[in-house]
Design a protein. Sequence first.
Length: 60
Amino acid sequence: METCPDIFELSDGSFAVIGTEATADLDSLLPPDAARADYERIVVISRETLVRAKRDIPDE
């Protein structure tokens, strides 16, 4: 079984991201205009993953 970061669309139109959980490491580094709720986590995916997923993300 191969494991890797991924981005996929859910049946309700939302997107889910599989990546490396990094909330503890990155929370204090969020820019001033970014925030997260207590139930949200910061997940890191590679640039390559996002660029490859771009073709699967609808424009609208």
